[in-house]
Design a protein around this ligand. Structure first.
Ligand code: 13P
Length: 254
């Protein structure tokens, strides 16, 4: 594929898989995807399976991500996980500001921004999620909602930090619903996001930042989505917890 940016396909397993289920899944994925270098493949298991998945993926090209982390580095934060603990498990990526956390844990842009800065300082690669709801799209507010999320979530970053950060455009109405944004709808918002980065930072930074699409990505729609000029990968939910479908999505993206 003729894109300067390396594609990044990540599986967000959400709250699925025990340690032994995770080991089964990763064992299957490794056979087909374990040595790929043309694109980046990342799996994001729940915290409880991170250590085992990380151990199983030590020797290949697949990488491990977490689904969340604390903005604090250590201390009296019961139930939270620090960036340093993730680094300790050789975790490379961390998903931040997923819409489910924004909706159900009331995570705000300010909190996502604090977590993002903590992740960058710790040397983790953040995947920052943004996206509008159906009501917002129908009210023609997609760009203003996404713009506000970008402004708040990415506040205070310098260009180098922006380039380390992966963005994931995940329209809320397309998550887990089977409704995928059309390639044209997704491309339109991705181009808007890249334009926002160019205006806020510079053209080089905008050209380098990878922007994933997420929301009902499946083997049947991956190729067309990934062929859009500003779509640089996928953040896959449901289809990432089935080995066959995740492998097909990666294969169809090559
Ligand atoms: P689905 O692929 O299940 O729609 O989930 C997308 C998602 O939320 C990935 O983070």
């Amino acid at each position: 594929m003729d894109k300067q940016r390396k594609l990044i396909i990540a599986g967000n397993w959400k709250m699925n898989k025990t340690v032994s289920d995770a080991a089964d899944l990763v064992g299957q994925l490794k056979i087909d995807l374990g040595k790929l270098t043309e694109l980046d493949v990342v799996v994001c298991p729940p915290f409880t399976a991170l250590a085992e998945v990380s151990r199983l993926l030590r020797d290949g090209t697949m990488r491990v991500g977490a689904q969340n982390m604390s903005e604090h580095s250590y201390g009296a934060h019961t139930g939270e996980i620090a960036a340093g603990m993730l680094k300790d498990l050789l975790v490379r990526y961390v998903i931040l500001g997923h819409s489910e956390r924004r909706q159900f844990q009331q995570e705000t842009d300010a909190q996502v921004n604090a977590k993002l800065k903590t992740a960058l300082v710790a040397g983790l690669k953040p995947i920052v999620c943004i996206g509008e709801t159906l009501a917002q799209r129908e009210a023609n507010q997609t760009e203003s909602v996404v713009g506000t999320q970008l402004t708040g979530s990415l506040a205070g970053l310098d260009a180098a930090q922006m380039q380390e950060t992966v963005l994931a455009y995940e329209p809320v109405w397309a998550i887990g619903t089977g409704l995928t944004a059309t390639p044209e709808q997704a491309q339109h918002v991705h181009a808007f996001i890249r334009g926002w980065i160019a205006a806020k930072f510079d053209d080089t930074t905008a050209r380098r930042v990878r922007i994933q699409y997420g929301g009902s990505v499946k083997p049947s729609n991956a190729r067309e989505l990934m062929s859009q000029p500003d779509i640089d990968g996928a953040l896959v939910g449901g289809a990432s917890i089935d080995a066959h479908s995740f492998i097909e999505i990666v294969r169809n993206s090559l």
